[in-house]
Design a protein around this ligand. Structure first.
Ligand SMILES: Nc1ncnc2c1ncn2[C@@H]1O[C@H](COP(=O)(O)OP(=O)(O)OP(=O)(O)O)[C@@H](O)[C@H]1O
Ligand SMILES: [Mg+2]
Length: 238
């Protein structure tokens, strides 16, 4: 389980998050929606420890991790697939994947197993394993970026706009892959601007606006798209 309680955070003296609280139950798939610059990535960075949290609590499986450095949070099972589908362009697909397991590089058997699991999940990556990552399509880079995070054996995975700038057919593939990870038992927090995709796959949604949670709802019995859009797009936050 991942829980944020009243997180106040930002860059230097600038506060971006003004008391964000959200919960991702174990095995749940929660989406955080919001427009550009509303604090979605900052929220994920607060979870993994890449931004300084001035107030509030970050809790991972019942443990407060505010003072735990990012690499230790990763060892506790938390992993971020960052925005932008970034890969090491001059390295092969397989080398990129192996980078995800760098912290446990002596565990050769385990790494081989995890690599095989990623290739089973993303068949395209197996076909292209010797290719330089810089040659991949946007969809393949997104799969690689997710695959690399999986190599760290996370229990809680944070995904920052995995569908951005991808064709609808590829967005569907990514959505399927995310559902596959849920079936595997992973706890998932998905940041998205693609509201339709998020509503299709998430159990619960939050909408952030101006660094505050403006709306939250269980998905199911038809979350009214119009209702959501009012919070998502509607007016200024004050
Ligand atoms: N490293 C940084 N230093 C200073 N300000 C930053 C930094 N990163 C982000 N910001 C600012 O924080 C605010 C929130 O940014 P954030 O990246 O969290 O937004 P976002 O919701 O992820 O937006 P997008 O959908 O465009 O990715 C923005 O005003 C942004 O300019
Ligand atoms: Mg962002």
């Amino acid at each position: 389980m991942l829980r944020l309680e009243n997180i106040v955070a930002g860059y230097g003296r600038t506060r971006i998050l003004h008391g964000v609280s959200l919960t991702v139950p174990s095995g749940g798939l929660v989406a955080l929606l919001g427009g550009n610059g509303t604090g979605k990535s900052t929220t994920l960075k607060a979870c993994v420890g890449l931004v300084s949290v001035q107030e509030g609590k970050v809790e991972l499986n019942g443990q407060v991790v505010n003072d735990v450095p990012p690499e230790k949070r990763s060892a506790l099972g938390l992993s971020l697939v960052p925005q932008g589908k970034e890969v090491f362009a001059a390295m092969s697909v397989e080398e990129n994947l192996l980078m995800g397991a760098y912290h446990r590089r002596s565990d050769r058997a385990g790494i081989a197993q995890d690599l095989e699991a990623v290739y089973v999940r993303f068949k395209r990556l197996r076909e292209r394993r010797k290719v330089n990552a810089g040659m991949l399509s946007g969809g393949e880079r997104q799969m690689l970026s997710i695959g690399r995070s999986l190599m760290a054996r996370p229990s809680v995975l944070l995904l920052d706009e995995p569908s951005a700038a991808l064709a609808p057919r590829i967005v569907e593939e990514i959505a399927e892959a995310i559902l596959g990870l849920r079936d595997l038992g992973l706890t998932l927090l998905l940041v998205e601007q693609n509201v339709g995709m998020a509503l299709d796959i998430a159990d619960h949604i939050y909408v952030i606006r101006g660094g505050r949670i403006a709306y939250e709802r269980e998905v199911g019995d038809g979350v009214a798209m119009e209702e959501l859009q009012e919070f998502y797009l509607g007016g200024s936050e004050h």
